[in-house]
Design a protein around this ligand. Structure first.
Ligand SMILES: NC(=O)c1ccc[n+]([C@@H]2O[C@H](COP(=O)([O-])OP(=O)(O)OC[C@H]3O[C@@H](n4cnc5c(N)ncnc54)[C@H](O)[C@@H]3O)[C@@H](O)[C@H]2O)c1
Length: 250
């Protein structure tokens, strides 16, 4: 049987690394894409079924070269997980245009570029796109003018992709993680933010990288063959909840 190939961006650590590991457990091959070459080199060593690709998803030339290299090595792509992301929490009035662009170019431009470059290969396999947005793209909150807006745009981009690519058999879905203790989150989550998250999450805890990977790989699998254009919050119930939760906890 031909092994399926997943292309995972931001695969050197965090949610992307956990997703790579789970794909491999499920019998897939993985193209691990990351711009952090040092971390990628270390990460890929633990897997026999993955290859590293040091590229920046926000740069069109990098993305073209990356796709060319992945197809030269594997000959096919069955799933693309647009997971690479950067976070920056700061007040709206202190967000420079350079800050705004730095977030948009990875979180939004990167998803657009990688998806577009992978579309011809995904047409051949009737493959799947899974874009990683965030709970910050579903709900407005302080300090996330660029990050939250980039993630809201990723949610809509996913629906555009599902609408246009469905006729080619390509599915596109979006996963919105709640808080997970990765390097990205810990760089921006102050003690106050951590406490606030606990207060508003029914499951009353952060999620794990593995819990996110389970949802992502499900959406890439045949088990989700009639699921497209969906936005799934894997967030401990954060998105569904309103005010008053801590007051009601026993
Ligand atoms: N951790 C959380 O709490 C959380 C919550 C909601 C959403 N997310 C989203 O999940 C995704 C993964 O986040 P994580 O927490 O695992 O972060 P992380 O910082 O641990 O990993 C992100 C990886 O992406 C890579 N990367 C960043 N920009 C890149 C670029 N332009 N090109 C190639 N690689 C690039 C980094 O080098 C890093 O290895 C992100 O899209 C993030 O916004 C995370």
């Amino acid at each position: 049987m031909t092994q399926k190939v997943a292309l995972v961006t931001g695969a050197a650590r965090g949610i992307g690394l956990a997703t790579t590991a789970l794909f491999i457990e499920q019998g897939w091959l993985v193209a691990m894409v990351d711009r952090d070459g040092d971390e990628l080199k270390v990460a890929v060593k633990q897997f026999n079924q993955a290859r590293p690709y040091e590229f920046d998803v926000s740069r069109p030339d990098d993305v073209d070269q990356m796709m060319e290299a992945v197809l030269a090595d594997f000959g096919r792509v069955d799933a693309v997980v647009n997971n690479a992301g950067v976070a920056d929490f700061r007040p709206l009035e202190q967000t420079s245009f350079a800050d705004w662009r730095r977030i948009m170019e990875t979180n939004l431009d990167g998803v657009f570029l990688v998806s577009q470059a992978a579309t011809p290969a995904l047409r051949k396999t009737k493959g799947a796109l899974v874009n990683i947005a965030s709970i910050s793209g579903l709900r407005g909150s302080t300090l996330r003018v660029a990050y939250g807006t980039s993630k809201a745009a990723v949610i809509h981009l996913t629906k555009q992709q599902a609408a246009e690519l469905g006729e080619h058999g390509i599915r596109a879905n979006c996963v919105c993680p709640g808080p997970v203790r990765t390097k990205l989150a810990m760089a921006v989550h102050s003690p106050e933010i951590i406490a606030a998250y606990h207060d508003t999450i029914p499951l009353n805890r952060y999620g794990s990288e593995r819990e996110l990977a389970e949802v992502i790989t499900f959406l890439c699998s045949e088990k989700a063959s009639y699921v497209t254009g969906q936005v799934i919050a894997a967030d401990g119930g954060f998105e569904s909840t309103g005010v008053g939760l801590p007051a009601l906890r026993s």
